[in-house]
Design a protein around this ligand. Structure first.
Ligand SMILES: [Zn+2]
Ligand SMILES: [Zn+2]
Length: 239
């Protein structure tokens, strides 16, 4: 049966809503529902960072001699380890951007699978980095919660979706010194329950300076957590 041309127009428009037409990484046509708007090729180019990095905060190194960065030696962070899938660049950054800022929520599945491949096992609770009520109102969803939910579903580890709350809005951290970042986040997060003796995995999409993860981990330790490991998709900062 031949469809009239207007039906084709409708189907094309519908398809275009599902598949934004161009891949943000290569500008080529989008060819996958699972990874859209990224094309299969660009998604396939996302690779796990294999270079040297700080075992505590995950910052990438150029040297292969050091294991812990000077910042972590001078001021040990409250978390014990950071596991990041890749560097915040290329197609991984494009995918996170589409997920977080373009509201393409279904990307939490393939992105969540990347986190799943890092999950070290043995955790008692998965806690997403929370947004403030104002942040949630602006974005409409918490990207870290969707990622943590995916990992929880696949591993069976309890998701503590309100384990941490962000009690006040904070300024963007960009351009602030380490001291200013800490001051900006002081009192911003609060643990909503007792975590006594629990091994907690804190889930976030991107780790930039580690100040947010540190502020969250500090509250979890204060609530009795035995250990906090940070799990993120990408680590900003170049080797
Ligand atoms: Zn592409
Ligand atoms: Zn470090």
């Amino acid at each position: 049966m031949r469809r009239p041309p207007e039906a084709f127009g409708l189907i094309a428009r519908l398809l275009n809503q599902i598949f934004p037409s161009r891949c943000p990484s290569c500008e080529g046509a989008t060819d996958s529902i699972r990874y859209a708007p990224l094309c299969r090729g660009c998604w396939g180019s996302i690779s796990r960072y294999a270079g040297p990095s700080c075992t505590v905060c995950g910052v990438p190194f150029t040297s292969t001699d050091a294991r812990i960065c000077s910042a972590c030696i001078l001021h040990p962070p409250p978390f014990s380890k950071t596991l990041s899938y890749g560097l915040y660049e290329s197609s991984l950054a494009d995918a996170i951007h589409a997920f977080k800022f373009k509201g393409i929520r279904r990307l939490h599945r393939p992105l969540g699978d990347l986190l799943l491949s890092l999950y070290p096992g043995g955790a008692d609770a998965l806690v997403p980095v929370p947004l403030s009520i104002e942040g949630l109102r602006q974005r409409g969803f918490n990207q870290s919660l969707l990622l943590a939910h995916h990992v929880s579903k696949k591993t069976g580890v309890a998701l503590e979706m309100d384990g941490l709350v962000k009690v006040r809005d904070t300024h963007p951290q960009i351009g602030l010194s380490a001291k200013e970042r800490a001051a900006n986040l002081r009192g911003a997060f609060r643990a909503a329950r007792d975590f006594r003796g629990e091994r907690v995995v804190l889930v976030d999409d991107v780790m930039t300076t580690g100040a947010t993860a540190a502020a969250c981990a500090r509250q979890l330790l204060k609530a009795g957590a035995a250990d906090v490991v940070v799990l993120t998709l990408a680590r900003a900062g170049s080797p």
